[in-house]
Design a protein around this ligand. Sequence first.
Ligand code: AMP
Ligand code: ZN
Length: 119
Amino acid sequence: MAGEPQADCLFCKIVSGEVPATVVRETDTTVAFRDINPQAPTHILVIPKVHYPDAASLAMAEPQITADILREAGVVAAEEKIDGTGFRVVFNTGSGAGQTVFHAHAHVLGGRGLNWPPG
Ligand code: AMP
Ligand code: ZN
């Protein structure tokens, strides 16, 4: 069924606790944890507890949870004190754009200058 946990999905395993992560925030619908390979001084992933392969498919099926992710990105940025200097929220979508984990997630990046356009 759409949204159900997938046995072979790393982020579903983080949601269930089967794979450990440094969780910084959790809500009824989302989990936020530190990226294992940070690309900035602050690099946090915000994921839905439900499984969808990318942000666009999540938004089609679960608009409220998609909004929850954006809200949590802002809350985490404030808690990490990167909101004042600026932060970036990224949804890599598709392998050509660098997506490697096919469970929707927002990268929240900050704590250093961020170039535009990104690479
Ligand atoms: P993407 O390449 O956009 O799919 O992002 C996947 C992100 O997940 C990468 O930035 C990885 O460093 C990160 N990642 C992979 N495995 C883990 C893990 N076990 N705990 C935390 N972050 C992870
Ligand atoms: Zn998943």
